[in-house]
Design a protein around this ligand. Sequence first.
Ligand code: GYE
Length: 320
Amino acid sequence: MKKSALAVLFIIIISLFMSCVKDEVPEDSSFVMGFSQLGRESGWRLGNTQSILNAAEDAGIDLIYLNAEQEYENQIGHIRRFIANQVDIIVFAPIYNTGWDNVLQEAYDAGIPVVIIDRGITVENDDLYTAFIGSNFEKEGERAGDFLLEYYQGINDEIKVVELRGTENSTPALGRASGFRTAIKTKSNIKIVQSYDGDFMKSRGKEIMANVLDSGIEFDVIYSHNDMMTYGVIEALEAHGIQPGKDVVIVSVDGEQKMIELLLQGKVNCVVECTPLFGEKVMEICKAIVNGERVPKVIYSDETLFTMWDDLSSLPARGY
Ligand code: GYE
């Protein structure tokens, strides 16, 4: 081969190599963060992803973002890929509570710190992750229950609650179920008569509500673990000529903009806030970890409750 042809070939190979490297490890990096998001199942989730992407960009952190599309196996694969790429830190929102010990041991052995965001995990050795940033789901469940205690104050008839739970074995579903039970235990006439796995999906919310109505089960309250399922519940109730928020008391969790509007319209009675907008916090904590600083193990977001009794006229746009 001629020398000039060889030179051209060399340049092509080098530029191909550079473009591959660029995909995985962006230039000018302060440090590289691998981020595995669990899915796109809700407005909450989209808001959370955007918050992380924006905050990483603002902080000048090089982010490798992967989405698991609701598959646990995908998330395991993401973490292994981040380890192989030797990222500086791994951030992930785990779809389930359990099943992470082995892969996190691999990250630990590779010396890569891991920050858990949004949903928590249970591992045998808590040293396998450095910090958790997200919500206190137990408290959210308690707030939902406390609202009912107030709403039914002085009423001693039996109050029948139908519960729609989030994804099985996810910490928001576990905490929102258990916190709620803790709160309503203090008033013996409020009872959960049915509880269903709605997987945090609008379609499941609608389907479950339609089945409940067809079955003729009596109920006074719907407690739904997230806004998406609640949208489905509302559609099914309205299709049956039942007025949500009036004929049936509705309690939802998340506080998406659309849900606050339904609260203002009187179609929902109470919305427990769960904020997805903690991207800046994640970047701040990850920077500190990469710089070798000590950080708190658990960092909860500040959250509140919106009810039919509140004046929400000056509530700022929710941003999700
Ligand atoms: O409530 C729900 C989303 O993990 C807290 O996941 C999050 C939950 C949120 O699908 O809408």
